[in-house]
Write a new protein. Structure first.
Length: 248
């Protein structure tokens, strides 16, 4: 603000000193244009600036320099009916850049409150007529970013693995999941190894088809909803095709 703002203010004074028309408009352009260029250089291309509240800081600062310049050096008549609106320019620029992020933050806060009151989805699997509760991990962020998860299944040893529910498949089967405390239709992602390579299945809804010609393994499941909620969990699948403890 100091390195750019002061030289620009001096430049504006030199340029407008002998002007008789459009003084205030030219003065405004001289203040705003360098600040806009600074924003583009600092934060990237011009188009995304409105979606980046911090990118508006140089432009907001330039409007303050402009108002000070108009009052002190241009000596505008503060008694004028419309001239007092000049003091609203910095506030308008500030709201232009920060307003959308404030609104988004307000909506995110509301969503967070609603989700906290609702509770995270509870997962259960219905297989061969039996309902099996599944232990899962939960994540939610307002924009859907920041929820990191792995996609690697792992071979099942002969003994049971703690916290991993197992099913025995003698033929291809449809796994029917239910998600208590969820909103909307989920999308299920299953990550498994077919004996040769890693595979991914994506299905909308609560059901997903799994083949039984795969090595015994804990399949990784990731379930996502449109409101950015996500759960992840493993289901152990016994198929009779042993891996003898090897890794994929």
């Amino acid at each position: 603000m100091i390195v750019v703002g002061i030289p620009v203010t001096i430049l504006a004074g030199v340029v407008t000193r002998k002007m008789k028309q459009y003084i205030h408009i030219i003065n405004f352009i001289i203040h705003i244009l360098p600040a806009f260029l600074v924003s583009v250089i600092m934060f990237g291309h011009a188009l995304p600036l409105l979606s980046m509240p911090y990118a508006g800081v140089p432009i907001f600062a330039s409007t303050i320099f402009y108002v000070v310049d108009e009052v002190i050096y241009q000596k505008i008549d503060l008694r004028g009916r419309f001239v007092k609106g000049i003091f609203l320019i910095p506030a308008a620029v500030y709201l232009l850049y920060v307003g959308p992020s404030l609104y988004t933050g307000f909506l995110a806060s509301q969503s967070s409150t609603q989700i906290n009151e609702k509770g995270s989805p509870k997962v259960s699997l219905t297989f061969d007529g039996e309902e099996i509760p599944i232990k899962s991990s939960y994540c939610w962020t307002p924009d859907g970013e920041g929820c990191v998860y792995g996609t690697d299944p792992f071979p099942l040893p002969e003994e049971k693995v703690k916290n991993v529910k197992e099913i025995t498949m003698t033929s291809p089967a449809t796994l029917d999941f239910s998600f208590e405390n969820s909103e909307g239709e989920p999308t299920i992602y299953a990550y498994y190894h077919d004996g040769k390579d890693f595979k991914e299945i994506e299905e909308a809804g609560n059901k997903i088809n799994i083949s039984n010609d795969i090595p015994e393994q804990a399949i990784k499941f990731v379930v996502k909803w449109d409101n950015n909620e996500m759960v992840k969990f493993f289901v152990g699948v016994r198929t009779g095709i042993l891996t003898n403890g090897r890794t994929f």
